[in-house]
Design a protein around this ligand. Structure first.
Ligand code: GLV
Ligand code: GLV
Length: 331
């Protein structure tokens, strides 16, 4: 006989309290046991069968998969802040709730990782570590590995959501930086608190020493940084991307880095993730450059952030099943 318990599918093992929260509710929780991404075929089966899916940002819910969903599917709870992996229009047409996990813990983790990249590039930490390990250090040298200090430099933040705000907070309060920002809307009280100045994207790119991206991936933000917009940036400026890879035209950035027309690129997200060669035929490669520091999409990989994401992802499902509107509902 078919169980009447709500059925939840978790697409991959996640850390934190979420899974036990769902089990405690008495739901039937099926966990895809392997620590790999599930196939689109398995995802298509899941949308036909389950009441709720706890998904990862690597699970692509396109219109084809969502159109195959049965009427029992009420919610897709994405274990992420970003939800560009889900076709929101298609979910809306099927009346499936989509929810995500924004929270202070994730904003803190991503803001701190943004600064880890900024500091590593401006103080040449990765290069310095490699130098020291290679036993090239032969005595104090006043000209060795000179970088830039951040105080007085101008940070340009594109996208003033919670993460963008966390980055500005650290820039102003921690490092005495000046801040320019651009967003769809202006925030006068935030401007007052941090001395942040609202400018057009064009002026931001022209005037900033460090440009940090904190917008979601949307058709309007895809390749926001491209050959043309890169030309606006200062020659020694640094670009930071802890948002989504395709916001940056990686090939265009590689070319300006090779031509010494950009100071550096610090990235936690790749355009063709997980490949570091979006363009395998290109002669240039990210990994060849000291002016590039890349990390494998770990900006939110702290214990506190992972726990909070896990709890919120479960809450989104519990609230939906209990007939409430999830607090972190997108649609
Ligand atoms: C991670 O990239 C997230 O969107 O949470
Ligand atoms: C994340 O919470 C954001 O709004 O940027």
């Amino acid at each position: 006989m078919k169980s009447s318990k709500p059925r939840v599918f978790v697409t991959r093992p996640i850390p934190g309290p979420g899974i036990s929260m769902l089990k405690k509710k008495g739901y039937k929780v099926d966990l895809q046991p392997k620590d790999i991404d599930i196939s689109s075929r398995a995802l298509t089966s899941a949308v036909k069968e389950y009441d709720a899916i706890l998904s990862l940002l690597t699970n692509r819910f396109d219109a084809k998969i969502l159109n195959a969903a049965g009427p029992q599917l009420k919610v897709i709870s994405n274990y992420a802040v970003g939800y560009d992996n889900i076709d929101i229009e298609a979910a809306k047409n099927k009346s499936i709730i989509v929810a995500n996990t924004p929270c202070q813990e994730v904003s803190n983790a991503v803001s701190e990782h943004t600064f880890a990249l900024i500091l590593s590039l401006s103080r040449r930490i990765v290069e310095a570590d490699a130098f020291t390990r290679a036993k090239k250090y032969s005595g104090w040298d006043p000209n060795l590995l000179i970088g830039r200090d951040l105080g007085g430099l101008t940070l340009g933040v594109i996208g003033l959501g919670n993460i963008g705000k966390g980055v500005v907070h650290r820039a102003v309060k921690g490092f005495g930086m000046k801040v320019l920002y651009n967003d769809m809307k202006q925030d006068p009280s935030f401007e007052k608190e941090y001395g942040a100045v609202y400018v057009t994207q064009k002026d931001l790119l022209k005037q900033s020493d460090i440009v940090s991206l904190h917008v979601p991936l949307l058709p309007t933000t895809r390749h926001l940084i491209n050959e043309k917009t890169l030309k606006l940036m200062k020659r020694d400026s640094i670009l930071i991307n802890t948002a989504r890879g395709p916001i940056v035209d990686e090939t265009a950035v590689l070319h300006v880095l090779y031509e010494n027309k950009l100071g550096g690129y610090g990235l936690d997200v790749l355009e063709c993730e997980p490949s570091i060669d979006c363009n395998p035929n290109d002669y240039y490669e990210l990994k060849e450059l000291n002016t590039v520091i890349m990390t494998p999409h770990i900006a939110s990989a702290t214990i506190a952030a992972r726990d909070a994401m896990s709890r919120i992802a479960a809450e989104n499902i519990i609230e939906t099943i209990e007939g409430k509107s999830p607090i972190h509902k997108i649609i």
